[in-house]
Write a protein that binds this ligand. Structure first.
Ligand SMILES: Cc1cc2nc3c(=O)[nH]c(=O)nc-3n(C[C@H](O)[C@H](O)[C@H](O)COP(=O)(O)O)c2cc1C
Length: 384
């Protein structure tokens, strides 16, 4: 077993173990991938202040999100097709999150259904909603999330139409993969994945198959998204959702202070500053760059979370320093999942927790609540 020291190690292992079509689906952004790259690069550009001679023997990363206490301010982001990275992937990830003590968010486009995940976990998880044209189906989906005791609904606002990811087009992404010669050659080297897939019955979109009338073209994700996702979604629809969902509502995909204000006016309990991991509007700034203006505008009115580019505990600390109440991790846990299932997701969370804890200490702080912009090195003239 290779020694895992960081998320990059998990990524390398995932690349070896996950069929190329699904690995590429994860490791890609839209068009030139400039926003995808910026999400990580802009974290690296932020520098930390080293502080010394402070008693750092007692430390805490515990954080409260929407009234519940978690082990650190990190949640697992919703990821479509996670059950194609690893057989029964959503169940593995949800279990790892539950045991570790952080929230897990199940995507509408998951392979394991809401009911599957609920039956295999004990703690409530969060459910991410994509709005579709078939409102009857969406109303039933919301009821299913409620029946499964999901404790928050995450409405994704930035994917009513799909940004093109070149690799998915080239690979002809389908679920399950079509047995072309190219795919068969690739699958021959991924026998662990193949065996797992043969053993499970969960090989299509669990929340959709059998629940939507026109689910015939489900295997082609891009065609299905284009046909089913509702491009007319607007702020007015939030009232429709709230009339059916009585619990906490989080709106994901906010990149502008004006939209953040609109989300709160529409009734969101929290927002996620996100550019969908650089998979939608290529050319948008990184999420970490967009965060401070949004926190300045609405941070006093709501909980502001962020995602995009988090690959380490240091990145988490930097996001908290710039005003995020918590962060979501997407690819970081997905690589862990592809590499080793539940164990890989746990490894990812352990790595991030340890690095966040040590970085906090090396910045001379004891409690994550003490983190502010002061931990960031500023090269503005006149700064001490
Ligand atoms: C493979 C993949 C699938 C995703 N699927 C969804 C999804 O179904 N719903 C959603 O709201 N966001 C989805 N996202 C976006 C993530 O929730 C999150 O915003 C993004 O991954 C954060 O960036 P990071 O991967 O750099 O952490 C997906 C991201 C990836 C990489």
């Amino acid at each position: 077993m290779p020694i895992i020291t960081c998320i990059d190690d998990l990524q390398r292992l995932a690349k070896r173990r996950v069929p190329r079509m699904f690995y590429d689906y994860a490791d890609s952004g839209s068009w030139t991938e400039s926003t995808y790259r910026a999400n990580q690069d802009d974290f690296s550009a932020l520098k930390l202040r080293q502080r010394v001679m402070v008693d750092i023997s007692q430390r805490s990363l515990r954080s409260t999100l929407l009234g519940r206490s978690y082990r650190m301010p990190v949640a697992l982001a919703p990821i479509g097709l996670a059950g194609m990275q690893y057989p029964d992937g959503e169940i593995h990830a949800a279990r790892a999150a539950e045991t570790f003590g952080v929230p897990f968010t199940l995507s509408t486009m998951s392979i394991c259904s809401i009911e599957d995940v609920a039956a295999n976990t004990t703690q409530p998880f969060w459910f991410q909603l994509y709005m579709m044209r078939d409102r009857d189906y969406i109303a039933r989906l919301i009821k299913r999330a409620e029946a499964a005791r999901c404790s928050a609904l995450v409405l994704t606002a930035d994917l009513q139409i799909l940004g093109q990811r070149h690799k998915d087009v080239r690979n002809g992404l389908t679920v399950p993969p079509r047995l072309t010669l190219e795919n068969l050659i690739d699958l021959a080297t991924k026998w662990h994945w193949c065996l797992g897939m043969l053993r499970t019955r969960r090989r299509t979109f669990g929340n959709i198959a059998g629940h939507v009338k026109e689910a015939s073209n489900l295997d082609s994700l891009s065609a299905w998204t284009a046909a089913q996702f509702d491009p007319s979604l607007s702020w007015d629809d939030v009232a429709w959702i709230k009339a059916r969902w009585g619990g906490k509502l989080i709106i994901k995909g906010i990149m502008e202070p004006e939209d953040a204000g609109a989300a709160i006016d529409a009734g969101a309990d929290a927002i996620i500053v996100s550019n969908h991991g650089g998979r939608q509007l290529d050319g948008a700034p990184s999420s970490i760059r967009a965060l401070p203006a949004i926190v300045a505008a609405v941070g006093h009115r709501t909980e502001v979370y962020m995602d995009g580019g988090i690959r380490s505990g240091q990145d988490v600390l930097k996001a908290i320093a710039l005003g995020a109440k918590a962060v979501f991790i997407g690819r970081a846990f997905l690589y862990g999942l592809g590499a080793m299932g539940e164990k890989g997701v746990t490894t990812c969370l352990d790595l991030i927790h340890r690095e966040l804890d040590i970085t906090l200490a090396l910045c001379g702080l004891r409690n994550i609540r003490q983190v502010s912009e002061k931990v960031l090195w500023s090269e503005r003239p006149g700064d001490p």
